[in-house]
Design a protein. Structure first.
Lengths: 259, 469
């Protein structure tokens, strides 16, 4: 069960800063195939930073530690290479790209992944067949394909578009950065339902969230709590429920946490 | 005949930052007039448009007289504050010999647009019937040059009659243009396949000066699409390979009758050594619609003055533009919409992508007097800076007197955002492709407004070759 073969992501003593300001102060985390992990924490505790560092955002500088993805060093690799190797980040705030059609964007992205896997690119017709299938995962109207990427999309539509990209790219590790924030309950159900359809024993999920609500729909195997740039406690889903119940101030009463 | 005088042979101290003296600038303007009036040497073929017309002589004589009071503008004048013309003052210009330098059909081929079969070609401002193709135009579309009846009837009614005609470069053109492109579309006539109006500049070892002139008249209820193209002859991409030095001073006047509709694309893709000063002046009668898509791609320095005058109710004006500025290029757009009647509207979107040490200038004037109630005017200028030495000067200039109007304006100057590039990278697209995708998207919004597929493709290629690595 704990052989190194099924380890997808291994983070050891990771430290990182932005503009000289340390944010991550020694993160340790191992994610294996088939697992769902959730990271919870206050705003500013470093949970979103972790997702951006893993995806390779240029604003963050890694100052120490290591990250192995399928046994290979992840930190020396360009963001696009990380994506092609199977890492996916669903953005908290997906960007709008006026002038680029969603369909073109998805095709270019999908074909980059195929090239990374040594496969032939899919032509426009075959791709349309594929994407039409994938749209069902998030119950999206095909009309969205003709519009500019995320331009004029509602909050829920943007998040569904992120999950559509996840469905298309079939990552081995998907990081969902506050995908639940700003969603009404109907949109949340659609997004969670889409994610659950994509989950299998070969891949893994890392959910980053402020609220426990999402975890009612996507059930985590592990819940980690971040504080001041570290994971300070790990438990099962009951930890999320208790945190929700008692509030984040509860953390301050834990041993070794300065109020 | 080459004209050299004290004004022309200015020394190298006349660089940017050292304003030349008023005398020098006034003298140089007179020299430009003399060059323009000089025409080809004896023994050369006479110009096509040697027109006997006292009305034309009067028009040109009056303009020449006004010119004596004027001078090449300096950067001390508000309208030219950001665009320094002193580079022109150091050029020893001569009149181009149009018939010696007439391009061949093969040279013209890369310019032609397969989906715009009708074309009117002018070389150095003079009609080139051999290169034009005007067969099969619908009845009701009259196309010609200075010798045409349409032109003869226009000297006292249309040519040089719009407000702003007393401006210095317009006056210079009026005083000495040698030929004119005339397009008249009769009442109820629709020409939906764009007419390609090509102004070719050629230059030899010595810099040349030419003055294209154009008159477009759309009668009541007519509809016309036109592509006005300023270009030079070169291999492949015009801008990249052609570096001839010349000065173009172009004026296009457009009259829209009641309910007329004109879609006008204007391309400036001059050689990288060229100076281009161009004016588009538009008269809009009631219920007319005018759309202008202006692309500034070439030239060392280019200035486009776009002036629209509303002359009736329910007029609609759409002005859009894109400037691609690289190297040490300067691209300047000065637009002006003068409202005069109620219930009129205008929409403007101007974009510039500025790389290297390029400079882009946009000045957008909208004048809404008391009479123009219920005006709906919108203006947006968006600029993308790709280098730390690139520069943008943008100035919305809204003069609003009426009190029940909707007038919006905005200007943005930005760089390619790291977050946008990162978003694309995180989807497997490499950094360079991500940048290209974003640049392409920025420009595409304007390029897609151009009516012809072939032209959109040409522009996308031009953009790729100029900005995308």
């Amino acid at each position: 069960m704990t052989t190194s073969e099924n380890v997808i992501l291994s983070i050891r003593d990771l430290t990182a800063e932005i503009d000289g300001q340390p944010i991550l102060k020694g993160v340790n985390l191992t994610i294996r195939a088939g697992e769902i992990h959730a990271i919870m924490g206050r705003n500013g505790s470093g949970k979103s930073t972790l997702s951006k560092v893993l995806a390779g955002h240029p604003a963050y500088t890694v100052t120490g530690g290591e990250v192995l993805f399928h046994g290979e060093n992840l930190l020396d690799v360009e963001p696009e290479e990380r994506s092609r190797k199977g890492l996916f980040l669903a953005f908290q705030y997906p960007l709008e790209i006026p002038g680029v059609s969603n369909l073109d964007f998805l095709r270019v992205s999908y074909n980059s992944r195929r090239k990374g896997q040594g496969l032939d690119e899919l032509d426009a017709f075959d791709f349309e067949d594929l994407i039409t299938e994938k749209l069902k995962v998030v119950q999206m109207d095909p009309a969205f394909l003709g519009r500019s990427v995320n331009e004029g999309f509602s909050g829920g539509e943007k998040k569904r578009n992120e999950i559509l990209q996840m469905a298309l790219l079939e990552p081995s590790l998907a990081i969902l950065d506050e995908t639940d924030s700003g969603l009404d309950i109907d949109a949340l159900k659609i997004v969670a339902d889409g994610v659950n359809q994509l989950k299998n024993s070969e891949n893994a999920l890392l959910l980053i969230t402020h609220y426990q609500r999402l975890l009612n729909y996507i059930q985590p195997d592990f819940v980690h709590v971040t504080h001041a740039g570290r994971i300070i406690r790990t438990g099962d889903k009951s930890l999320a429920l208790e945190l929700e119940d008692r509030g984040y101030d509860w953390i301050d009463q834990w041993e070794g946490v300065a109020a | 005949m080459t004209i050299v005088s004290s004004g022309l042979t200015t020394d190298s101290t006349t660089g940017p930052g050292t304003p030349s003296s008023a005398d020098q600038r006034s003298q140089y303007l007179q020299n430009l007039l003399t060059i323009a009036q000089s025409g080809p040497d004896l023994g050369q073929v006479a110009p096509v448009a040697q027109v006997e017309s006292s009305a034309l002589q009067t028009l040109q004589g009056q303009a020449a007289a006004r010119l004596r009071e004027l001078a090449i503008p300096s950067t001390r004048e508000e309208d030219w504050r950001f665009t320094d013309l002193s580079g022109i003052l150091s050029l020893e210009l001569k009149h181009p010999y149009p018939h010696c330098l007439l391009p061949s059909r093969a040279e013209l081929l890369p310019i032609l647009l397969p989906d715009a079969p009708h074309r009117l070609v002018f070389v150095n401002g003079i009609f080139a019937p051999e290169l034009s193709h005007l067969e099969d135009l619908p009845p009701g579309v009259k196309v010609g040059n200075a010798q045409s009846e349409t032109a003869q009837a226009a000297w006292t009614t249309r040519v040089g009659q719009l407000p702003g005609s007393e401006e210095v470069f317009t006056t210079l053109n009026t005083a000495a243009f040698e030929d004119i492109a005339v397009i008249q579309v009769a009442k109820d006539t629709v020409l939906d396949v764009p007419l390609h109006l090509i102004f070719v500049s050629t230059s030899g070892s010595q810099p040349t000066f030419s003055q294209p002139r154009c008159l477009i008249v759309a009668d009541r209820f007519s509809q016309l699409s036109i592509v006005e193209d300023y270009i030079t002859i070169g291999e492949g991409c015009m801008y990249g390979s052609a570096n001839g030095v010349y000065v173009t001073n172009a004026v296009t006047e457009i009259w829209l009758g009641e309910n007329a509709c004109i879609h006008h694309s204007r391309l400036q893709r001059d050689s990288s050594g060229a100076y281009h000063i161009g004016k588009t002046a538009v008269h809009q009668s009631q219920n007319s619609r005018y759309t202008n898509i202006s692309l500034l791609l070439g030239a060392k320095l280019s200035r486009h003055n776009l002036e629209v005058f509303h002359q009736g109710e329910q007029v609609d004006t759409q002005l859009h533009g894109l400037a691609l500025v690289t190297g040490t290029q300067i691209a300047d757009t000065h637009s002006s919409i003068v409202y005069q009647y109620p219930h009129c509207s205008s929409d403007q979107l101007y974009k510039a992508i500025v790389d290297d040490r390029g400079r882009s200038i946009f000045n957008g004037r909208v004048y809404v007097p008391q009479a123009a109630q219920l005006t709906n005017a919108a203006q947006l200028n968006r600029n993308l800076l790709l280098s730390s030495k690139a520069r943008v000067d943008t100035k919305p200039q809204l003069e609003i007197v009426a009190d029940n109007v909707k007038c919006a304006h905005g200007a943005t100057v930005s760089q390619l955002e790291d977050d946008e590039i990162f978003y694309l990278q995180s989807r497997g697209i490499n950094r360079q492709s991500a940048k290209n995708l974003l640049l392409d998207a920025f420009a595409r919004e304007i390029i897609n407004k151009v009516p012809l597929t072939s032209l959109r493709e040409t522009l996308a290629r031009c953009m790729a070759c100029r900005l995308i690595l």
